[in-house]
Design a protein around this ligand. Structure first.
Ligand code: GDP
Length: 304
């Protein structure tokens, strides 16, 4: 069964790893959000791509959910001592990724070529693609005006109240090479449990149409996010955060929806939206949870 998974960072990477442990590498393509990408300290940084790749390569820091395991922080500490910006924490190993990515971009390589070569160097066998080689930048409309995504997310700790989102550059951005081909070849598409507003929506903004059965896994469990601002965003936009809200959010694209046992009381309402449902444990604390959930989702797709 050929699968395309759409992923943001933390939640996306966890299920992507479960799928990578379950499917033959040639059957899995992961399309990653690049709306969070930004330029900082003169470097081109792709946080979601790096989280997915570090996770697949077994290099990720599982405690923070971003960056590399076993990091040291000499470079950023010295930048801070010199009066430079240190709000976006970059470890020494991580710096190498951004330096080399930036060097290659400046030489004219595309983000998708660079990602493919980094994946080879890290021993990643599945295909990881950025959603686009052209810049798309998520802008957060807030009570403090419009903020670039990392300014809102990291610098301001998601404190400003959200009023909406805009994906700068999305109209002109073409899917990266391989994205449309993978969707064409896929038997089904999985939305990993990633932030619907700022991880999945930017990818859908670029991809525009998916003509394959789509199944989403809820990133909201018991009305809360495991990590990140998705629930806060729903509340500030006047929508009660829940698995049901996520199902409604993506409803026009979905065939099936995976929700946690904690939210089983919403299953009937989600079915009434016309979606098939699977209730299972969706929290991926342990590595074994990732492959178990991947198996559950794949069996669910097989049953549709
Ligand atoms: P970001 O770009 O790093 O914020 O990453 P994502 O958009 O991929 O992930 C954020 C979402 O992942 C949040 O809404 C979390 O609730 C969700 N998430 C993180 N870990 C898990 C998990 O173990 N299970 C589920 N169901 N969702 C998770």
């Amino acid at each position: 069964m050929k699968i395309v998974a759409l992923a943001g960072g933390v939640g996306g990477a966890k299920l992507a790893q479960g799928l990578a442990q379950t499917l033959p590498p040639e059957d899995l393509t992961i399309i990653v959000n690049t709306g969070d990408d930004f330029e900082h300290l003169g470097l081109s940084i792709s946080p979601d791509l790096d989280t997915v790749c570090y996770t697949l390569a077994g290099l990720a820091n599982n405690e923070t959910g971003w960056g590399r395991a076993g990091e040291t922080w000499n470079t950023i500490s010295n930048i801070e001592k010199l009066g430079g910006p240190a709000w976006f924490r970059l470890g020494d190993q991580d710096f190498a990724t951004h330096l080399e990515r930036t060097r290659r971009l400046k030489e004219g390589q595309s983000l998708s070529q660079i990602t493919s070569e980094f994946c080879k160097a890290w021993g990643i066998q599945v295909t990881v693609l950025p959603m686009s080689d052209s810049p798309v930048r998520t802008m957060v409309d807030s009570d403090e005006g419009e903020l670039a995504f990392q300014e809102y997310f990291v610098h301001r700790h998601c404190e400003p109240r959200v009023k909406g989102f805009r994906f700068d550059g999305v109209e002109a951005a073409k899917p990266a090479p391989g994205v449309s081909e993978a969707l064409e070849a896929a038997d089904a598409v999985i939305f990993c449990p990633s932030n619907p507003w700022v991880s999945i929506d930017p990818i859908l903004g670029v991809v525009k149409e998916i003509n394959k059965p789509v199944v989403a896994v809820s990133p909201i469990i018991g009305g809360k996010t495991v990590k990140g601002p998705a629930a806060k965003m729903y509340s500030e936009l006047g929508i009660e955060p829940s698995a049901l809200a996520v199902a409604k959010h993506h409803r026009s694209t979905l065939k099936g929806f995976v929700l946690d046992h904690l939210d089983a009381s919403m299953e009937e309402q989600i079915r009434q939206l016309g979606l098939a449902t699977l209730v299972t444990n969706t929290l991926m604390n342990l590595p074994t949870d990732r492959s178990r959930l991947a198996n559950d989702v794949l069996n669910f797709i097989g049953s549709l």
